[in-house]
Design a protein around this ligand. Structure first.
Ligand code: GLA
Length: 421
């Protein structure tokens, strides 16, 4: 029998209490991230801008994170489910404190310290996330955790951190399979629940090594599988292709408490059109991906904000079954992606979210018919179909032999919910 005693795991064997003997076997099991985390993170949009004189509204500083915590609430994102405000790289001084060896936030850019920032975020009803790196340095060259893991885990807890993204630059890839679980254990031992986001598989994949997904599921709440996303359709499509091509070995491992992470949402920035923005949001919902925006929330155009806050699409992403979807078909450069969701009919047949993605650029919206069966939907009683981007567009009931016709804009998406009857 297992029990959590304060901050320490303990195991009762034949009436004898053996503290901390099952560290690695117990795993993370912190009860967090039962749905894909939602929030905002600085990296994709604000990178490592540290010159606050030149870029006062954009530099990585307490001002940026306070502003975004305020905007997450005032612009309606928090009410739609976005919760975490996450500081990515470039928040540190270049050196640890000489005496204590603790990490020190940049004194000029975070003059009030991280407890004050964390209080501000918590007072808004939000949660606080922080980036670090398993190696000697973060990817941008600031000090990493490797030689101070216990101290840093405790420092995060002291700063009331709720979410840790642990990157993998400047580290031995061969150490990661033990080092990442070790840091997760140290986080747990602080007694403060912290979502643990691991970048370890992305580094392994890059080096041609196969990540151990069973171990990841046990030790991390989410993990970056692949390359960083950049502000373009090309980058988005490369990530989609990676997940689709490798779905047999990746998709089964996503689920409540442990998610695959295809990286941040680009919506609200420079690179994606309106249609492409709908596309990313739909496919991230199909993939049960964390919905972590990286944009300037003060500058998001209203029509893009509507996509980011679309309750029907968010509900697909956050579906309680937590089954990750797949690309199931591609015809005439129209891809079909689908995901089993609730409600489940009495017969046991799932409902589905189905996205039709156009990889075409030949101008006119492309009209294409599929039988419902071809989409992988076989409920004998059929499905009621609703357009997830246009709630007024009720399409009626379709049987599995019925033809379903959709018309998809170039590099765009159509997105439907098929509710099993
Ligand atoms: C890596 C990560 C990114 C970001 C940067 C910061 O590239 O994959 O998400 O955190 O480091 O330097």
């Amino acid at each position: 029998m297992l029990a959590m005693c304060g901050s320490t795991w303990a195991v009762f064997l034949g009436g004898i209490l053996l503290p901390q003997v099952l560290h690695l076997a117990v795993g993370l099991d912190n009860g967090l991230a039962l749905k894909p985390p939602m929030g905002w993170m600085s990296w994709e949009r604000f990178r490592c801008l540290t010159d606050c004189q030149l870029y006062p509204d954009e530099c990585i500083s307490e001002k940026l994170f306070r502003r975004h915590a305020d905007l997450l609430v005032s612009e309606g994102y928090a009410a739609a489910g976005y919760e975490y405000i996450i500081i990515d790289d470039c928040w540190l001084e270049k050196d640890r404190d000489n005496d204590t060896q603790k990490l020190v936030p940049d004194k000029k850019r975070f003059p009030s310290g991280l407890n004050a920032l964390s209080d501000h975020i918590h007072n808004k009803g939000l949660k606080f996330g922080l980036y670090q790196d398993y190696g000697t340095n973060t990817c941008a060259g600031y000090p990493g955790v490797i030689k101070h893991m216990q101290l840093d885990a405790q420092t995060f807890a002291d700063w009331d951190v709720d979410y840790v993204k642990l990157d993998g630059c400047y580290a031995n890839i061969s150490d990661m399979a033990t080092g990442y679980p070790e840091f997760g254990r140290l986080l747990n031992e602080t007694g403060r629940p912290m979502v643990y986001s691991c970048s370890w598989p992305a580094y392994q994949e890059d080096a041609g090594e196969m990540p151990d997904y069973e171990s990841l599921k046990k030790h991390c709440n989410l993990w970056r599988n692949w390359d960083d996303i950049d502000d373009s359709l090309e980058s988005l499509m490369q990530i989609m292709d990676y997940f689709a091509k490798n779905q047999d070995r990746i998709q089964p491992h996503g689920g409540p408490g442990h998610w695959n992470d295809p990286d941040m949402l680009l919506l609200g920035n420079y690179g994606l059109s309106y249609d492409q923005s709908k596309l990313q949001m739909a496919i991230w919902a199909i993939m049960a991906a964390p919905l972590i925006m990286s944009n300037d929330l003060a500058a998001v155009r209203p029509e893009i904000k509507d996509i980011l806050q679309n309750r029907a699409v968010i509900a697909v992403d956050q579906d309680e079954l937590g089954i990750q979807g797949r690309r199931v078909l591609s015809r005439n450069q129209i891809e079909v992606w689908q995901r089993p969701i609730t409600p489940v009919a009495k017969s046991g047949h799932h409902s589905y979210a189905v996205a039709f993605v156009s990889r075409r650029d030949d101008g006119a919206p492309y009209r294409i018919p599929f039988t419902v069966k071809e989409l992988g939907l076989t409920n004998p009683k059929g499905y009621r179909v609703q357009d997830l981007y246009d709630g007024r567009n009720k399409l009626g009931v379709f049987q599995s032999e019925s033809q379903f016709i959709t018309r998809v804009n170039p590099n765009g998406v159509t997105f439907y919910k098929f509710t099993a009857l």
